[in-house]
Structures are given as structure tokens and as C-alpha cells.
Design a protein around this ligand. Structure first.
Ligand SMILES: Cc1cc2nc3c(=O)[nH]c(=O)nc-3n(C[C@H](O)[C@H](O)[C@H](O)COP(=O)(O)OP(=O)(O)OC[C@H]3O[C@@H](n4cnc5c(N)ncnc54)[C@H](O)[C@@H]3O)c2cc1C
Length: 555
């Protein structure tokens, strides 16, 4: 008998968005990987893309975010615990990313001293990050920080000798015990204090030598950090005021005698997004830590870590944008409105294509930046890395939230409902612009390069100038950027103008040289023109939007 309360059949809803190979379905990613020097890793990335896009992996991502971490400050008898409990799905994501080497593979050559830096290692790692972030974003925080901590650790050889082999392990060991008894470790970072995150020189946390002091020596640290993410890491790079000024320390969770170090977790932040990742407020109550480098050299010592995390922010935002776009295209291919699939409605086709242009540009820029981390010994790559890290981080991370909002709207009401992917992606994207140097800080970093390293700017502008040959729009935009560079008056007020103009120029040159004509033409015509655009879906009436959408997410 039919159910008398069943009032309708469910139809015209898109099927679940899952079981998608995040590598094989992404032409722009595959081309970027090959172009930027990592063609040798295609097979491995293909397998990882299938794993990250599986229904099980997406379910893991959902569970890890719907069951956020919980702080355990005390046990039932009142003893301090200072541990954080995560849902098993979070640990599964960690295990998967660590097995893939996303926390360290850029440094694989360190396991065999004397070998050359592996060409393409950063590009391969970025491709893995770009896909793992689509499975689940929050767990990438400790993964990113661990990879980024390596160059800072290397500055203090005796610390590097004991910690780097543990970092290079491909085994995720979630147990809470001394690092040297674990099969693998993760490393976090504590710089931000209540009174300042950007201005770390205002740090009030103090470090007093336990003995004679100096590089590699033990200090006693007292103070706090206002944001310290992934508190279950095995050690943290922290900044504190030593007698000789702001300095960088390695602070382990356990001391050499196996006792727990004096880190007291006060509470976990209740965050807009990034909910699977724990970010804590912590007090250092006479915690022990070991000095890396010289006293007073804290910022230059930790800066290498920061450069790497900025690269990851851009790659992560590009990956998340890619997922929001693919999800929107998938929906619009299945949803019929007024007897036509949404994807075939001219206005929707324009919106989707317009979103796809930004994703393609963000991907191209992020992977060009990754390559510059691989070839840091080459002068051109080193210049690109220095100048374009803040530029790429600024632009890619900033366009993400607006893109996620528009992609959400493509799904109509379903886009606004928590069971779907769109709300989580929308809440996740802003954080990449805020942490690791927010927008203005990136623009100011660009100014710093202009003022202190004119030769770096000259190399990059030379390369960009060569790439504009034969395209009048590109040339005109290049002249505009040159104009901004050579008009030093009030450059401090126009730093954002310059940062964005440089990012768009660099993206356009890569697309012009390597993307299909339909994509490059549309990007250049809309992003480099004088047309004032504040929302997506404009200025593309002449473009082959169907081809752009088809390339973005092939059927
Ligand atoms: C989810 C999350 C996790 C985090 N995890 C960590 C962590 O693990 N470790 C850690 O150390 N920190 C962490 N942070 C902190 C983060 O790095 C800081 O919030 C960030 O650096 C900004 O510092 P602030 O919050 O003190 O803001 P402020 O430094 O006060 O900056 C506020 C605003 O002012 C702008 N600004 C700063 N200087 C200038 C200037 N000269 N001119 C114009 N504008 C300026 C900034 O761009 C920003 O927009 C985390 C933050 C978040 C949201």
C-alpha cells in the first residue's frame, strides 16, 4: 500500500557531490603541476586525488567539522591535563595527509644529506595540499606549520638533529607522550599575543636563560599566546623576549626527563570557521624552551617559517575555491529551471565562467609561486619568491570569500543549508587572509621589497614585461604597474592598488601563455579593463562561457 503521507517524489535535485577524482577532474591543476616541474608525480597525485575526493573522505571532512575539538583542562580528580580531544575523523585526515608527506615532503632530501633539493618537491606538495584541503581544511594547519618549521629548525643544528628525523616520518602518531618516543611529530607556532599579532615586537612573554644562555641553550619562558593553533603538536616555535631582545625558541610539550612542560591551555577559540582545528589561548607558566639562533634575532629566525605558511595559505585558498566552483557547476548541470539546465541559462553560464576565471588564475599564481620555492637558488625564482609571496597570498586569499558567496548562490536555497558543502567553505575561506600576515601586512611587505630590494623588483618586472609581448591589453596593464612603481609619492597609501595590480598582471601573463584562449581572453578583458565590476557575471556576453565552464569541471 502506498504511504498516504508521502506527498511528493523528490526530483530535480542534484545527486551527491562526491567520488570525484580531485586531480583528474581538474585540468588547470594538472596543467599547473606539469608546467611547474612536477610531471613526474602525476600518478601519485592522481591516486591521492581519488582518495581525497571519495565519498568517505568528504564524510570525514563533515564529521571533523561537526564534532569540533574539546579542551580537557583537568581530569576528574583535578589534575591538569591540558590536552585536546578530536573526533576520529580528524585523526584520519591527519594520518592521510602525513602518509602523503604533506607535512614534510618538500624536505625529503634532508633524509639523505648531500643530495640536491628535489626539483618539483614543493609543487608536488602544493598539489597534495590543494586536494587535501578540499577533503578537510582544518587539519592542514598543523600539517602546514610542521613543513614550514623545518628551515627554522635547521638554523640550530643540535635541535635539528633530534627533531628533523621525527618530522620526516610518514607516520601519524597522535599519542600524548615525549616526542623522542613517538614515531612521528608535528610542530606548531606561537607568535600572537593579546596586545599584538602583527606587531610581534610588542610581545611581553619573557625568556630567562636556565644556564649560561645562547644559541641552543635552555630558557625558562613565562607569558602567554592569544592564538596558538593545533595545541596537540609536539613542539612549538615561539617568540619571547630574552635579555638580548625578541628571540625564537623551540618549546616541546614534554621535557627531556619526560615530565610535561608547563603549558596551560586556557580555552579554545570559538571560531567562525576552521572548526575542526583547535586554536587555543595558552599561558606559559615557566615553560622550558631552547633558543634557536641568536638572542634578539627572533623575527629573522622565524621568517622562513612564515614565508612557507604564506605559500600554503594561497594554495589552500585556491583549492577551496576550486571545490566551491566544482560543487556549483555540478549542481547547475543537474538542476533544471524553466525547462533548461541551470548551466545552460545564459546568465548562469556567465556567472560560472566568471568564477572559473578567478579559480584558474588563483591556481596558476599559487603553483608558479610553489615552483619558486623549489628553485630558490636560481636568481629569477628567488626574486619571484620574495616579491610574489605577499602579492599572491594577498590576492588569492582575498578573492576567496566573495567567490564562495557567489558559488553558494548558484545552489539557491540548498547552498545556504548546513548539510551541504557551501556553508563550511564560505566560513573557511576568510581565515587564510587573516592569519600569517593579513591583507595590509602583505601590501606593506611588498613595499618593503620595493624599498630595500630594487633589484628583486627589476628581475620580476623584466620577466613580466617579456611575458606581455604581443598583447596590447597586457602591455597597457604592465605600464600601469610600472607607473605605480615609479611614482613613489604616497605609495604607502596605494600599496593595495599595487599589490592587486601586480597579482592580476602576473596571473594574466601565465594564463595568456598557457591557458586556452577562451580563458585567457576572458580573464584579461574583464580583470584588466576599466569596467567597474563589483559582482560576478558581468562583461562576458561575448565570451565562450560554455567552453570555460566545461574546462573548469569536465563532465
Ligand atoms: C583561526 C586562527 C588561528 C590562528 N593561529 C595562530 C597560531 O597558531 N599562532 C599564532 O602565532 N597566531 C595565530 N593566529 C593569529 C593571527 O596570526 C593573527 O590574528 C594575525 O597575525 C593578526 O594579528 P592580530 O590579530 O593581533 O591583529 P593586528 O595585528 O592588530 O591587526 C589588525 C589589522 O590591522 C592591520 N594592520 C596591522 N599593521 C598595519 C599597518 N602598519 N598598517 C595598516 N594596517 C595594519 C592588519 O592587516 C589587520 O587587518 C591565528 C588566528 C586565527 C584567526
Amino acid at each position: 500500500m502506498t504511504n498516504p503521507f508521502a506527498t511528493h517524489d523528490v526530483f530535480n535535485q542534484s545527486p551527491p557531490f562526491q567520488d570525484i577524482n580531485l586531480f583528474a577532474s581538474d585540468e588547470a591543476l594538472m596543467e599547473a603541476v606539469a608546467r611547474e616541474g612536477a610531471a613526474h608525480a602525476v600518478e601519485r597525485l592522481n591516486a591521492f586525488g581519488a582518495a581525497c575526493g571519495s565519498a568517505e573522505a568528504f564524510e570525514r571532512g563533515r564529521l571533523a567539522n561537526e564534532n569540533p575539538p574539546r579542551l580537557k583542562r583537568f581530569d576528574s580528580q583535578g589534575h591538569r591535563l591540558d590536552t585536546v580531544e578530536f573526533h576520529p575523523a580528524y585523526h584520519e585526515c591527519m594520518a592521510m595527509s602525513i602518509e602523503e608527506g604533506l607535512h614534510c615532503s618538500a624536505w625529503d632530501d634532508l633524509s639523505e644529506p648531500g643530495t640536491q633539493t628535489l626539483l618539483g618537491a614543493n609543487v608536488v606538495r602544493s598539489a597534495g595540499t590543494y586536494m587535501a584541503i578540499q577533503m578537510e581544511a582544518g587539519h592542514q594547519c598543523p600539517i602546514t606549520m610542521t613543513n614550514a618549521a623545518v628551515p627554522t629548525l635547521l638554523l640550530q643544528p643540535e635541535l635539528a638533529r633530534s627533531w628533523i628525523p621525527k618530522v620526516l616520518s610518514r607516520t601519524y602518531d597522535k599519542s600524548f607522550k615525549p616526542a623522542m618516543r613517538k614515531r612521528g611529530v608535528t610542530i606548531g607556532m606561537g607568535m600572537t599575543e593579546k596586545q599584538g599579532g602583527t606587531d610581534v615586537r610588542a610581545n611581553s612573554t619573557t625568556a630567562v636563560p636556565a644556564g649560561s644562555g645562547g644559541p641552543g641553550a635552555e630558557y625558562v619562558v613565562t607569558g602567554h599566546k592569544w592564538f596558538m593553533s593545533a595545541p596537540m603538536c609536539d613542539a612549538f616555535l615561539v617568540l619571547a623576549q630574552a635579555p638580548g631582545g625578541l628571540s625564537c625558541f623551540l618549546m616541546p610539550r614534554f621535557l627531556p626527563d619526560d615530565s610535561v612542560n608547563a603549558l596551560a591551555f586556557e580555552r579554545l577559540k570559538d571560531k567562525l570557521g576552521n572548526r575542526s582545528n583547535a586554536s587555543c589561548e595558552v599561558e606559559f607558566q615557566g615553560a622550558h624552551a631552547w633558543l634557536i639562533g641568536e638572542e634578539g634575532r627572533g623575527v629573522p629566525t622565524i621568517i622562513e617559517m612564515v614565508m612557507s605558511t604564506r605559500l600554503d595559505c594561497a594554495v589552500a585558498s585556491a583549492g577551496l575555491m576550486r571545490l566551491t566552483l566544482a560543487n556549483a557547476i555540478h549542481h547547475c548541470r543537474h538542476r533544471t529551471v524553466f525547462q533548461k539546465h541551470l548551466v545552460d541559462q545564459p546568465l548562469m553560464s556567465q556567472v560560472l565562467a566568471d568564477l572559473a576565471l578567478d579559480v584558474e588564475a588563483a591556481t596558476a599564481l599559487s603553483f608558479r609561486l610553489s615552483r619558486s620555492f623549489d628553485r630558490a637558488s636560481d636568481g629569477h625564482a628567488a626574486a619571484w619568491r620574495r616579491l610574489m609571496t605577499p602579492v599572491t597570498k594577498y590576492w588569492v586569499c582575498k578573492i576567496g570569500p566573495a567567490l564562495a558567496y557567489e558559488a553558494m548562490e548558484c545552489l539557491g536555497g540548498n547552498g545556504y543549508v548546513e548539510e551541504g558543502l557551501a556553508p563550511r567553505l564560505y566560513r573557511e575561506l576568510p581565515v587564510n587572509a587573516i592569519w600569517e600576515g593579513s591583507g595590509n601586512v602583505m601590501a606593506l611587505d611588498l613595499l618593503r621589497v620595493l624599498q630595500r630590494e630594487p633589484e628583486t623588483v627589476a628581475i620580476v618586472m623584466d620577466d613580466l614585461g617579456n611575458a606581455t609581448r604581443g598583447d596590447a591589453h597586457l602591455k597597457a596593464h604592465f605600464s600601469r604597474v610600472q607607473g605605480l612603481l615609479h611614482e613613489p609619492r604616497q605609495l604607502d597609501r596605494r600599496a593595495r592598488d599595487l599589490t592587486e595590480a601586480l597579482a592580476v598582471l602576473a596571473a594574466a601573463t601565465i594564463l595568456r601563455s598557457h591557458a586556452p584562449t577562451a580563458v585567457a581572453d576572458a580573464f584579461i578583458a574583464t580583470r584588466l579593463s576599466a569596467l567597474a565590476r563589483h559582482t560576478y557575471g558581468q562583461g562576458l556576453d561575448w565570451a565562450d562561457t560554455r567552453a570555460i565552464v566545461e574546462r573548469a569541471f569536465p563532465r
